[in-house]
Ligand binder design. Structure first.
Ligand SMILES: *[C@@H]1O[C@H](CO)[C@@H](O)[C@H](O)[C@H]1NC(C)=O
Ligand SMILES: *[C@@H]1O[C@H](CO)[C@@H](O)[C@H](O)[C@H]1NC(C)=O
Ligand SMILES: *[C@@H]1O[C@H](CO)[C@@H](O)[C@H](O)[C@H]1NC(C)=O
Ligand SMILES: *[C@@H]1O[C@H](CO)[C@@H](O)[C@H](O)[C@H]1NC(C)=O
Ligand SMILES: *[C@@H]1O[C@H](CO)[C@@H](O)[C@H](O)[C@H]1NC(C)=O
Ligand SMILES: *[C@@H]1O[C@H](CO)[C@@H](O)[C@H](O)[C@H]1NC(C)=O
Ligand SMILES: *[C@@H]1O[C@H](CO)[C@@H](O)[C@H](O)[C@H]1NC(C)=O
Ligand SMILES: *[C@@H]1O[C@H](CO)[C@@H](O)[C@H](O)[C@H]1NC(C)=O
Ligand SMILES: *[C@@H]1O[C@H](CO)[C@@H](O)[C@H](O)[C@H]1NC(C)=O
Length: 803
């Protein structure tokens, strides 16, 4: 850009008023000579002014902390001192820092210790703050060696021209100047595009506005007339904004990509204009896009307002992020970071009647979460819609459209929320009935002493009639359970021949000392430690399956048989079962070390090489279930809670009761969604039928958790984009920043080659399209290093490309 014609562009308007054509103009417009410097203080001499005094270059104290300074250009004559450009990526410097135009013609920013932070230009002869708001370094032969107009931050000014390859970055917040969540790119191909971007990696998500001028755009011009237009190569012009409000001499102007993602053109009345309709403030005269709440609707990224929140916009283009009832801001100071529920998530093991007493709905009209639905039901009545959502633990909200009677069930986290009169659905947000979190699910076991005390206190408190009724009820219940016991003690012939021991309820009751010691990894139904009365006094884990799931009795027995026959180093051994009436238990070998989740997410962590072995172990165990044992078994709930560790930290897959057998004649099976939010493969929500690839997906998520030692869904205070681990790792991988994924873990840092391989494998596993996911055989090959790992596609790319 260092051409003399450009030089003339800014020089000529300056010279005209001087009526001088002598080359000594330099003297007349306050040029800054070599060796001059500014120090950041709150006193005088902290800026260099333009000849008119309208713009200043120098140290601008931060609004939020006046001991910090931004090296910036601002409107000097406006009370707000609005910043239009800043150096050093928006990172402020401390008191006592210095900017210097060095003797060798560089512009240098040094911190208070004299360390260089930022520099611009080389071989400048002098510098000047121009009346356009452009700060220039001028070299020999009057060539421009550097100018702030060539490196815009978030704002452009009249007379500024952008060329393909330039970007504007929104700030993070109104007062934090570091790079934020939006970007305006004038692409090299001539297209002008607004993107949402990840913070802090800078990864670009989908565009939310484009000029559609691929191959044709050549310049973005902010004309002094107040018009911002795109000049095309063939000479035609199209408006970007058309904020024409009258004679522009009366206004200061700027156009800024604001931190909320809206590119706004602003005017501010100059002195003498401040009367009538014009406030003493910046007024937005045009904006792109006109409604950002509607414009942003991407499958990835947290949208305009973050997860679990919704976006609203008023007629004055003011964008607001809000939380649904019973949700609150993750960070009240940064509302765009989304919201969190104030209550614990609905447990999937409560029974339907209890759920109705624990949860209800709050209604909001005109609110929708367009990309969070996993199931649509239509046409149904609203009552039915509520029931459907209430009884489904994956459903956190539903939307109901009265006109076409559509009911959409939404899963967590809710994304792309928007509210406005243009939305014709009603949102039903699932919240606990009381403001407290729901009480723990009571286990109704009459034999339990505590419940007797409960009943007794009821008896003492009630009237005589009620007491009689209660006693009768208790007696009936006791009689019923006695009868059931008698019935179910009959040997069950269909269960012989499984290679497993069939336990009676009483045996398990004795072994577990009346279910006294609960293990923390039981999951649905709970698990108890027990000791068998055999010679070896074998310790066991007794897991209550209750009447949960398996679709039918026969299927359950078949699953048990298949697992009973399965035998592999990386599977927890199933020793037996109990199947008495409604009492169903599985008896597993007991592993004292506990579940993997206790060694990943807390302060005690497995070492990296142990984690590597665990990952390989899980992969081999799954490979065995999928391909090497008699019947293909789909586990359906692979996650760190269901991986147990033995004394040598060998991983063993456990909790098969949710599993599913895939017969040889079946390509896929359809079944109700099982598993755990965060680990569930997307096809499960699409009623397409599932294959063993659902386990591959869950394995991929688990592998990422093993690498990063953090949970898949977890709000992260410092980093919006990290909330969903799969998205975050994908972003870091694509930007070559896996160092951000492993954090300060030294052992891992010495093994980045393996980390990269494991991450690539995991990203293959979490592809949204099941057919793109590798088989577990391929996964083990790639993890072992026996097969090369191609670069994985973006996990959602295939799906979005066919939509
Ligand atoms: C500001 O700079 C001018 C000229 O460089 C100098 O004369 C004056 O003393 C300085 N003022 C302060 C407060 O440093
Ligand atoms: C700056 O000047 C030096 C000496 O005059 C020259 O060698 C160098 O190439 C120049 N640098 C630039 C960037 O023009
Ligand atoms: C701006 O936000 C970033 C990211 O959260 C943070 O690191 C930085 O300290 C903030 N800057 C200021 C001046 O608060
Ligand atoms: C770009 O211009 C060419 C011809 O000048 C035209 O054929 C093409 O459609 C234009 N592209 C767009 C996106 O307008
Ligand atoms: C740019 O501004 C000048 C001066 O205000 C005006 O004469 C000219 O028509 C404008 N050009 C465009 C393309 O709007
Ligand atoms: C220039 O190209 C655009 C398409 O990019 C077209 O709409 C317009 O009519 C063309 N203008 C001229 C003057 O050819
Ligand atoms: C573009 O903006 C100018 C004024 O800024 C206006 O006169 C013209 O009509 C606008 N063109 C279109 C197509 O909107
Ligand atoms: C929000 O900002 C206030 C004032 O700056 C501060 O005291 C408070 O700690 C902040 N809250 C959070 C959650 O960061
Ligand atoms: C309601 O559901 C039907 C069937 O899926 C669909 O065609 C229709 O577009 C839906 N209506 C709305 C408003 O989503």
């Amino acid at each position: 850009m260092a051409s003399s014609s450009l030089f003339l562009q800014f020089l000529v308007p300056l010279l005209l008023p001087l009526l001088s054509i002598t080359p000594s103009y330099a003297q007349s417009h306050r040029d800054i000579s070599l060796g001059t410097s500014l120090i950041s203080t709150l006193g005088q001499n902290t800026s260099w002014l333009s000849p008119s005094g309208e713009f200043a270059f120098g140290f601008h104290p931060l609004e939020t902390d006046r001991s910090l300074f931004l090296l910036a250009i601002w409107f000097e004559k406006i009370a707000q001192k609005t910043v239009v450009w800043y150096a050093n990526g928006g990172k402020p410097v401390q008191y006592g820092s210095m900017v210097e135009l060095t003797a060798d013609g560089q512009l240098l920013l040094k911190d208070h210790n004299g360390q260089e932070l930022w520099n611009a230009g080389k071989n400048a002869s002098y510098a000047a703050m121009l009346d356009t708001g452009n700060f220039v370094l001028v070299g020999t032969h009057a060539s421009v060696v550097w100018q702030s107009f060539d490196t815009p931050t978030d704002t452009i000014l009249p007379s500024q021209v952008l060329h393909p390859g330039t970007e504007l970055h929104a700030r993070l917040t109104a007062t934090n100047y570091s790079s934020g969540r939006f970007e305006l790119r004038f692409e090299d191909d001539g297209n002008l595009v607004l993107y949402t971007v990840a913070v802090p990696s800078g990864n670009q998500y989908d565009p939310y506005w484009t000029s559609d001028t691929i191959g044709n755009g050549s310049q973005l011009v902010f004309n002094e007339s107040g018009r911002i237009y795109l000049a095309e190569k063939n000479g035609s012009i199209s408006n970007f904004t058309s904020g024409s409000i009258g004679p522009m001499e009366d206004f200061y102007q700027r156009a800024t990509l604001d931190f909320d993602g809206v590119f706004r053109q602003y005017v501010y009345p100059r002195k003498g204009m401040r009367s009538g309709s014009w406030n003493d403030d910046w007024t937005s005269v045009d904006a792109k896009p006109t409604d950002i709440c509607q414009a942003i609707a991407a499958k990835t990224g947290s949208g305009a307002c973050g997860y679990n929140s919704y976006c609203t916009i008023d007629e004055r283009q003011h964008v607001d992020c809000e939380c649904p009832p019973s949700y609150s801001f993750f960070d009240p100071n940064r509302t765009y970071k989304g919201c969190m529920p104030d209550f614990a998530a609905q447990s999937c093991d409560a029974d339907a009647k209890e759920i109705e007493s624990l949860y209800g709905f709050k209604e909001m009209i005109g609110l929708d979460w367009p990309l969070s639905d996993y199931e649509q039901l239509y046409p149904i009545e609203e009552d039915q819609c509520r029931k459907e959502c209430l009884s489904d633990c994956f459903c956190v909200a539903a939307t109901y459209n009265i006109n076409d009677r559509n009911c959409s069930k939404m899963k967590a986290p809710l994304s792309n929320g928007k509210k406005g009169s243009y939305i014709h659905t009603k949102s039903l947000i699932k919240v606990p009935r009381s403001t407290q979190s729901p009480p723990p699910i009571p286990t109704v076991v009459i034999k339990d002493k505590n419940s007797w005390t409960g009943i007794r206190s009821l008896l003492l408190g009630g009237s005589a009639l009620i007491n009689i009724l209660l006693i009768a009820a208790v007696l009936l219940l006791a009689f019923y359970s006695y009868k059931k016991r008698i019935y179910s003690l009959q040997p069950n012939s269909s269960e012989t021949g499984t290679g497993l021991r069939s336990f009676t309820y009483r045996e398990l009751q004795e072994a577990t000392n009346n279910f006294s010691e609960q293990l923390d990894y039981g999951g649905l139904g709970g698990a108890y430690k027990g000791c068998l009365r055999d010679e070896a006094s074998t310790f066991v884990a007794v897991k209550r399956v209750g009447d949960l799931l398996p679709d039918s009795e026969v299927e359950f027995i078949n699953l048990i048989k298949a697992i009973g026959q399965a035998s592999h180093k990386n599977l927890v051994r199933l020793l037996g079962f109990c199947n008495e009436g409604t009492e169903r238990f599985l008896v597993y070998e007991f592993l004292s070390t506990g579940p993997l989740k206790s060694f990943l997410f807390r302060s005690i962590r497995l070492k990296w090489n142990q984690r590597v072995q665990v990952a390989l172990g899980i992969a081999r165990g799954l490979l065995y279930l999928h391909e090497e044992c008699g019947t293909q078994i789909i586990h359906c709930d692979i996650q760190p809670r269901n991986i147990l560790l033995d004394d040598n930290f060998v991983a063993k897959i456990s909790n098969f009761e949710l599993g599913k057998l895939l017969r040889e004649d079946q390509a896929r099976v359809t079944m109700a969604v099982r598993g755990t939010v965060g680990y569930i493969a997307p096809e499960w929500f699409q009623n397409m039928g599932i294959t063993a690839k659902v386990d591959v997906y869950s394995f991929g998520v688990t592998l990422l958790e093993i690498i990063c030692c953090r949970k898949v869904l977890e709000p992260v205070l410092e980093n919006d984009e990290a909330a969903r681990l799969t998205d975050w790792v994908n972003i870091c991988y694509r930007n070559g920043r896996l160092d951000m994924v492993v954090g300060g873990d030294e052992e891992v840092r010495f093994d980045m080659g393996r980390v990269e391989r494991f991450v690539a494998v995991a990203l293959w596993c979490v592809q949204e399209e099941p057919s793109l996911r590798p088989t577990m055989w391929k996964v083990t090959q790639m993890l072992d290093g026996a097969a090369t790992v191609p670069v994985p596609p973006d996990p959602s790319s295939y799906i979005s490309s066919i939509q």
